[in-house]
Design a protein around this ligand. Sequence first.
Ligand code: ATP
Length: 286
Amino acid sequence: MIALRTDGLARRYRGAWALRDCTLAMPAGRVIALVGPNGAGKTTLLRLAAGLLTPTEGSVTVFGDSPTANTPEVLARVGFLAQDHPLYRHFTVADLLRFGRSCNPRFDQGLAEQRLAALDIPVNQRAGALSGGQQAQVALALALAKRPDLLLLDEPLASLDPVARREFQGALMGAVADTGMTVLFSSHAVHELERVCDHLVVLRHGRVALAGDIDDLLAEHRLLVGPRVEADVAGTVVEATHGGRQTTLLVRDGGGPVLPGWQTHPVSLEDLVLAYLRRDLARADA
Ligand SMILES: Nc1ncnc2c1ncn2[C@@H]1O[C@H](COP(=O)(O)OP(=O)(O)OP(=O)(O)O)[C@@H](O)[C@H]1O
């Protein structure tokens, strides 16, 4: 089943395109990472999926429905946590939990209370008096407790300490395993993705640079290491890097030279993502 589908999706802000020609099918029940440099269009895609923006061109559907339909069913199915994890600052944490429960039919109060107790976050404290990281944790607990079918998180790990990041990644994977929820989250922490995600979308300059199941993407790519070659290497070479005496080629689908003396190595997810992020878009289009 497809949780989130986009077809030729594009969004322009005044004169400038933030997202263009975006066609994706994100499978349900997965943890999906959305990666790209600053200004790549990640927040724009998440806001379109949450129904907070309307497309300039193309379409987006969540479990087959338009996210802007605003029916109680669609609103209950989609959860969105913005990058600055906004909370009502004058509400206590307990007020926020009550508010969450009254607005969301599936709200799992026990889950939220359990998470907050484990993190030593006092429920009688006003949200505005909590540290930045604690506020992020409260917002994440509310988002998880909503029990949406699709949870959209904009850089959820950014303000968490390393231990909290690891714990939250575990909680996300647990929620997916327990409920079949689909999670799409944007992140700059490329080195952490392999542990958490099974599907990947890389955006660059508002376009999809790479998308697919991580196992498939890793199987389709490999590194070829051989003596330094000066000439441009064409074909399915994603990236060529040259050291003093050797050249390393990242190739897709078995492409690249098969020459004596060259060695083949698997590629890590971090190196794969970084190669696509560095890649010249004009060449990618060609
Ligand atoms: N409300 C807006 N008005 C005008 N331009 C905008 C608006 N929101 C975003 N943009 C532009 O759209 C482009 C994509 O922005 P977006 O916030 O989607 O990127 P992002 O990948 O989430 O970036 P970051 O990693 O920095 O959060 C950027 O060039 C940005 O300047």
